[in-house]
Design a protein around this ligand. Structure first.
Ligand SMILES: [Ca+2]
Length: 496
């Protein structure tokens, strides 16, 4: 017998990319690395190969466990725990649980982390609940990749359901799963998620974005209208709202932080929600914060995928007082930030006013006051200041398709040209006020060009209502019914 004269003990190597050993249960059960709390354990048929199962569970704490390499756990990092799970009664029949409850007979299985100190349990984190979960980074389980709605809960009392297929991911690849909120008997019923209040700093800007669609219970698309800023219209599209808790008082916001945008396209099933919002003091000082997707047509299902709430970065449409109109040049080829006063719908056409890119078109206008609008941040201006308004426009007969003309000097009637307006709205009951933008001499010095673009330039003085009213819109109105209005390069800037 030969004796070894030396030996070494090597640290086991780990990449920490997958901390759970033998998570697919390919190793023989004796060397599986898995143990049981109470009862026993066995291999059973899995989705593919084996799955691990408990035996003779008698207590709620009887379960399955493994040791994990604690070197892989770093203070402050967030870890995701994922497992496929099913429940089978001791009689062998499949049984079910309710992922929306956190206690009681119908509670679902959940993962827990137990730490030992000298073989005594020193703490246990009953973490990673099937729903609700601990708060952390914003926009968790954003693509529903595992077919679960972990971290999601509900506003109101809809039923949550995983549906297939999902929306394409950011690389354009098809995905399997999306989250649907059904049985929406009230406008605010929808999927919700808790946000980490510590992620929000006052006056910082944040992005909310996701793919969204509306369906009936059979999965047929229901077309909503993204151009009306109303959450109670029968054709309303989904919007994202905040639920803010200040101390012990909880307020459900009725002012959306993000809305669905167009273009209006019946064949396109998925639409986008996107917005950049500023964290107010109320948001950054909240004791609890969550967001929910609601407002879409009542009794229709809201389906969401690829949900992100994140800090805004360069390349986002940040709120800036240098340019009050966002997406004024339609550079991204969609109608985000635009809505409609009156009726009709918005479309995108090419080329834009520079001979390239995109232009916005307001179609199906049936009244002279129907026009595109964009909400302005009136915290950017002060009483008495002069601001400049410019926009490139052309008009087209919606029936014949011919480019049309108008009279820049006309103030009413069938020859009116599209008129820029600042519209101050006070839903508390005071009269809404429309203030015309004064046309520049330069704009007035030439007649309307029928076959080309017309650059409107003008200015307005900030009035008292423009400072004190809660909603201020940039608005282009007063074109004849039956005319499609094209616009591009819309800007509202402070006069230098
Ligand atoms: Ca997905």
């Amino acid at each position: 017998m030969q004796k070894s004269s030396n030996f070494t003990i090597e640290m086991p190597t780990t990449t920490c990319s997958n901390i759970i050993p033998n998570g697919g249960f390919d190793a023989p059960i004796d060397s599986s690395g898995w143990y049981h709390m109470g009862s026993g354990l066995q291999y059973v048929a899995g989705n593919l190969g084996y799955a691990l199962s408990t035996m003779r569970r008698v207590d709620w704490s009887d379960g399955l466990g493994t040791f994990i390499d604690s070197r892989c756990l770093q203070v402050g990092l967030t870890y995701e725990l994922v497992a496929d799970v099913k429940l089978v009664s001791t009689g062998g029949e499949a049984t079910t649980c309710d992922p929306r409850v956190s206690s009681g007979v119908y509670v679902c299985p959940r993962g827990s982390l137990i730490t030992f100190n000298n073989f005594l349990v020193s703490s246990a984190i009953w973490g990673v609940a099937t729903l609700g979960g601990p708060t952390g980074i914003t926009g968790k389980n954003r693509g529903f990749e595992h077919g679960t709605f972990s971290f999601w809960n509900a506003m109101g009392n809809p039923s949550l359901k995983i549906v297939s297929p999902g929306a394409a991911d950011s690389n354009g690849r098809a995905t399997y799963y999306a989250l649907s909120a059904n049985n929406r008997t009230q406008w605010h019923y929808g999927p919700a998620q808790i946000l980490d209040t510590s992620c929000f700093t006052e006056n910082e800007q944040y992005v909310v974005e996701m793919d969204v669609r509306m369906e009936d219970d059979w999965g047929n698309v229901k077309l909503c209208n993204p151009y009306q800023m109303s959450y109670i219209r029968p054709d309303a599209c989904p919007m994202v709202f905040l639920k803010i808790t200040k101390g012990t008082a909880t307020k459900i916001s009725t002012k959306p932080i993000a809305t669905t945008f167009g273009p209006y396209n019946a064949s396109k099933k998925w639409r986008k929600i996107y917005n950049v919002f500023k964290a107010t003091a109320e948001i950054s000082n909240a004791t609890a914060l969550s967001f929910f997707v609601g407002a879409g047509m009542v009794n229709s299902n809201i389906v969401i995928d690829n949900v992100v709430v994140r800090k805004a970065s360069l390349g986002d449409f940040n709120l800036t007082c240098s340019y009050l109109i966002r997406n004024g040049d339609l550079s991204v080829g969609d109608t985000r930030f635009y809505a409609i006063f009156g009726e009709g719908y918005l479309a995108i056409d090419t080329p834009g006013a520079d001979g390239a890119g995109y232009a916005l078109v307001h179609k199906n206008r049936t009244k002279y006051f129907h026009g595109p609008v964009q909400m302005l941040d009136n915290s950017c201006w002060n009483l008495g200041e002069t601001w400049e308004f410019s926009v490139s426009m052309r008009i087209r007969n919606s029936t014949s398709g011919a480019w049309a003309s108008c009279d820049k000097a006309a103030k009413f009637g069938s020859t009116w040209c599209p008129t820029p307006i600042i519209y101050s709205v006070n839903p508390e009951g005071s009269m809404n006020v429309m203030s015309s933008v004064v046309q520049s001499l330069e704009y007035n010095s030439t007649p309307w060009t029928t076959n080309g673009w017309n650059t409107f330039t003008g200015s307005f003085t900030v009035s008292n209502v423009m400072v004190t009213y809660p909603y201020i819109w940039g608005y282009i109105a007063n074109e004849m019914a039956g005319i499609d209005l094209y616009l591009d390069n819309w800007k509202i800037t402070k006069k230098a």
